[in-house]
Structures are given as structure tokens and as C-alpha cells.
Design a protein around this ligand. Structure first.
Ligand code: ZN
Length: 453
């Protein structure tokens, strides 16, 4: 049994004071009681406690490229597609040891900023020439090893990647480390399932990479999977145009018409949607997995949040390429992109929830739990005891309270007011630092120097 006592905590019914939070030995909340005195032995959290935020889209290895793919190319027409070529050259150097060191560093950064669960969309399966490692699941297992070391919750999403363009184009040499046929992919899934069974904070889903990488037959093969099922969709206009040319439908339109898209699914990006696609996706119960800083970095475009939210659509946030690793940064970019697009303010807020910081947090906690396939996103009985304590005395937050404090957290300041982070009742971050911060950073530095040599 673990017991916390929070001076203020965001419960499903709103902000409450003097909250005793009890978790069982497995790290599940069994009670969250406001207006209570601190029980003996309780871990005191004197700040403002919010539920841990799920990060629903990660390619961990790309943390090692963050900031290193900005230089203008000689041709001067830089885009997602030129960035992708840089990424292909980079993965040709990455060993399993490097991948684990980078994943652990990323996970520590995420935890220190208030993400307590990561959905790892994992497609870097093989050696640079495409030869599988002796254990075909080696790279997947390295992400689980990193999660065991850092304590973060993980939804591992091995990615099926077979082709180099819409419905069957030949892959390029740079894509060889990603490729599997169905049998090879099933072998990876089986190994991962075995490993995840031993990890109570881990879940296993699948990720058909995109309509650029799998065929309709491959998608149909996994149609009955219990989920989560994640897929990249409609990130780039070129992808939309290629899909239209090949199938007569746009990517999200095609998925909605041909697959049983429902709450098991998370469509990553969903940037370029027609009104009809937006309403259809919202109706399906699938989550739109938004990655605001990466989408801005890659020049993808802007998601139409008011249209999707107005239709009752569920959203979640991910850090994808990890140019950002903080929930506040993703939420800030998401709201700011909508303001620039609509020439107005407070887009995520409405009459019921006038603070956009609170409205955004509520939305991504709900959608994030669904996309992660785990009991997350609330401080309530039955959920995992993932807590993030914000220091109310931090210069960014003082003297705000309640939802106004969430606005201050999301929309102002740079230094992080996250003080304490617990996952499944275990405190991993104290005074803003993860317990393994130094050792994991040292291993990451060594990997980065080797990669740059
Ligand atoms: Zn992605």
C-alpha cells in the first residue's frame, strides 16, 4: 500500500484540497479522499497534483536526431521528405545499445516533464542492411529494458512496415531496417507479448505504419486485434494526393470506409482532413494522435481542432520526433497553432471550461488513456496511480490556483515547475530530477559521441 497526501489535487469532479490518495501494491488507486488529514507515513505533496499525462506517439531513436536535422539542404526545398532521408542515413549507424541509451534518456526527460506513459511506435527492427538481429525482437525488447530502468509506463507498438509507397510500392534501401512480412512481424509480436507479461506497467498493441507501408490485405489480417492499433494518417499533403491517385480516396476516408475503425484505433497526425473525414473520425471513437511540435518542425500543416472537437472527437498528444519532450510544450503549440490559424484566442476553451489549459489537459488525459490502452488519465479508484505535482511557489505558477494555474503552466514560462512524479505509486522524480538522471544521461552522452564520431 502506498499513501500520498496532496495539498491540492485535480480529481474527476474538479480541484480538491487535502486529498489522501491510496494505491494498492500493484500501483492502482483504491481511494482518493478530499478534506482529510495526512495519514501517518503518507508521502506529502504540498503543491498542485494532476494525473500523469500519456504521451501517445514516440519514435524514441529520433531523440538522438532532435536539433540535428535543421540545416538547409543545398537544393533549399526542405520538407518532411528531405528530413526523412536524413533520418534514414542516421538509423544506419544506430546499434541496439545506442537505441536503449537514447530511449532511456528520452523516457527520463518525459517523466521529468510530467509524461508518465509512452506509446512507442517502433519500426526500427533490423540491422542497417535489413538483416534481423539474432533475436528478431532485439530492438523492441531494448525499449522495454529502458522502461524497466526508468519506471515509465509503456505501450509498445511494434510497427508493420512492408512497402515504400501507397499499397505496395518497392521500398528504398534506407527503409530496409524497418521491413517485415507478416510472419516476421508475428514473431516479433510473440516475443514482445512474452516480455510484456512480466511488466505490469507495459501494454502491447500494434502499429501498421501507414497506408504507405502496408497493403489492405495486411490491414485486414489484423482487423480483429484487440488494440491499441496505431497508424500514421494524413500527415502530409503528398501522402493525401498519392492515396487519392491510387485508391480514389483520401487516407482517413479510405480507413473509415474499409476498416472497422473504432475506439481501439489511434490515427496519428490526422492533419489534413475534410469536414466529412473529421466528423467520421470523431463518430468512430478513434483518437486523433496529435504531435504539435513535430508537426510544426516538419512543416506538416495544422489540425483543425475546433471542427474535430465540435464533432465530439477524442484527441491525445505525442512527442513523436522529440524536438519537444514536455506536455506543456505540446499543449501550448497545439493551442497557439489554432490561434494563428483562426486569428482568435482561447480556442480549446468553451463556456463549460473557460480555461484552455484545463480544457486541453482534460482532453488529452481522456484521449491519451484510450490511445494507450491503459487505465490512466485520472486520480480515481481503478486507475494507475500516476501523479504529477506542480510546485505552486514556482515563479511561473505563483500565485495562481486551480484551472488558472494550469493556464500558467501551459502558456507561460520555460523552466519546469514539475516537482514530483510518481508512476504506479512509485516516486521516480523528486525536486524535478529522475532518480537515474545522471547515470542515464552519461550513457546517452557516450552513445551520442559515438554516433557523431
Ligand atoms: Zn510518427
Amino acid at each position: 500500500m502506498t499513501v500520498f497526501h496532496a495539498a491540492q489535487a485535480l480529481l474527476p469532479g474538479g480541484w480538491a484540497r487535502d486529498v489522501t490518495i491510496r494505491a494498492d501494491a500493484g500501483g492502482t488507486v483504491i481511494a482518493a479522499l478530499p478534506d482529510t488529514a495526512p495519514p501517518e507515513g503518507a508521502e506529502r505533496l504540498p503543491g498542485h497534483v494532476i494525473p500523469g499525462v500519456p504521451n501517445i506517439h514516440s519514435h524514441a531513436f529520433q531523440r538522438a536526431m532532435a536539433g540535428a536535422a535543421e540545416r538547409r539542404s543545398p537544393a533549399g526545398r526542405d520538407s518532411f521528405w528531405t528530413w526523412r532521408e536524413t533520418m534514414y542515413r542516421f538509423v544506419a549507424r544506430l546499434t541496439p545499445d545506442d537505441a536503449e541509451a537514447v530511449a532511456a534518456q528520452l523516457q527520463v526527460e518525459c517523466l521529468e516533464h510530467g509524461f508518465t506513459h509512452l506509446a512507442e511506435f517502433h519500426y526500427l527492427h533490423h540491422q542497417p542492411d535489413g538483416t534481423p538481429y539474432a533475436d528478431r525482437a532485439e530492438m523492441s525488447l531494448r525499449h522495454l529494458a529502458a522502461a524497466r530502468a526508468t519506471g515509465i509506463g509503456l505501450t509498445l507498438l511494434p510497427s508493420l512496415y512492408r512497402h515504400g509507397g501507397i499499397f505496395g510500392a518497392t521500398p528504398s534501401p534506407g527503409q530496409r531496417p524497418f521491413l517485415n512480412d507478416i510472419d516476421g512481424f508475428e514473431a516479433i509480436l510473440a516475443r514482445c507479448a512474452e516480455a510484456v507479461r512480466e511488466m505490469p506497467r507495459a501494454r502491447l498493441g500494434i502499429a501498421p505504419h501507414s497506408l504507405r507501408a502496408v497493403t489492405p490485405a495486411m490491414l485486414a489480417h489484423f482487423a480483429d486485434h484487440p488494440g491499441p492499433i496505431h497508424i500514421h494518417a494524413a500527415e502530409q499533403l503528398r501522402e493525401v494526393e498519392e492515396c487519392l491517385a491510387a485508391t480514389g480516396a483520401r487516407p482517413v476516408e479510405w480507413l473509415l470506409a474499409n476498416m472497422a475503425v473504432d475506439a481501439r484505433w489511434c490515427l496519428i497526425h490526422s492533419t489534413h482532413l475534410t469536414g466529412e473525414e473529421s466528423r467520421g473520425l470523431a463518430r468512430s471513437g478513434a483518437v486523433a494522435g496529435l504531435c504539435p511540435t513535430t508537426e510544426a518542425s516538419l512543416g506538416d500543416g495544422t489540425f483543425d481542432l475546433p471542427a474535430f472537437a465540435g464533432a465530439g472527437g477524442a484527441v491525445a498528444i505525442g512527442t513523436d520526433s522529440h524536438v519537444g519532450t514536455a506536455p506543456r510544450e505540446e499543449l501550448r503549440q497545439l493551442e497557439f497553432s489554432q490561434r494563428l490559424r483562426s486569428l482568435s484566442r482561447s480556442i480549446a476553451a468553451d463556456g463549460a471550461s473557460p480555461h484552455p489549459g484545463r480544457a486541453l489537459l482534460d482532453a488529452v488525459l481522456r484521449g491519451g488513456a484510450r490511445a494507450a490502452g491503459a487505465p490512466l488519465g485520472a486520480i480515481a479508484p481503478g486507475t494507475r496511480c500516476d501523479l504529477v505535482e506542480l510546485d505552486g511557489a514556482h515563479p511561473t505558477l505563483v500565485p495562481h490556483q486551480g484551472d488558472a494555474l494550469l493556464d500558467a503552466w501551459v502558456f507561460s514560462g520555460q523552466s519546469s515547475p514539475v516537482r514530483t512524479v510518481a508512476v504506479a505509486g512509485e516516486v521516480l522524480v523528486r525536486d524535478g530530477r529522475h532518480h537515474g538522471h545522471e547515470a542515464i544521461a552519461a550513457r546517452f552522452r557516450a552513445a551520442m559521441r559515438r554516433l557523431a564520431a
